[in-house]
Design a protein. Structure first.
Length: 149
């Protein structure tokens, strides 16, 4: 009797299985060559016409990844046994990333009293009267209401 893996490889879904296996192999290779601090911020988005697409979650990681691209391609081809022609990268926030949505379900982040105080102090050092007045109005608007007695 065939095991489930052999049955899947022999089925009509064999091409899909091979593609998923290839992507998993490339992802393992990518994670092994990326700097440790970049790994949580980069994901494989897909492969089209021998072009690997990698998504990163912020412009900072996008820039860092672009500097690494010339070195990554030969390493990935060797480690993942592929024939990629190039690598494209794009910035896409990850929905499950705590950095992309730190306050999920908690409502909008509101500035506190310290922000109002800092704005007021900054306003006092501004020479431009329009900017100074705008900062002072903002500081007043940000002060939390006094507790009811």
């Amino acid at each position: 009797m065939k095991n489930a893996l052999t049955a899947l490889q022999d089925s009509a879904n064999a091409k899909l299985f091979q593609r998923a296996t290839q992507l998993a192999r490339i992802e393992r290779a990518l994670l092994s060559v990326l700097p440790a601090e970049m790994r949580p911020h980069a994901r494989i988005a897909g492969i089209d016409d021998a072009v690997l697409r990698i998504h990163v979650d912020s412009p900072v990681w996008h820039t860092r990844l672009r500097y690494l691209l010339p070195q990554l391609l030969p390493h990935l081809n060797r480690l993942a046994r592929t024939r990629l022609k190039s690598i494209d990268c794009a910035t896409r926030p990850f929905e499950d990333n705590a950095i992309a949505s730190p306050r999920k379900g908690k409502g909008p982040l509101r500035p506190g009293e310290s922000t109002a105080r800092d704005l007021s102090q900054a306003a006092s050092s501004i020479d431009d009267p329009d900017l100074r007045n705008a900062l002072q109005r903002l500081a007043v608007a940000l002060k939390p209401p006094a507790p009811a007695e």
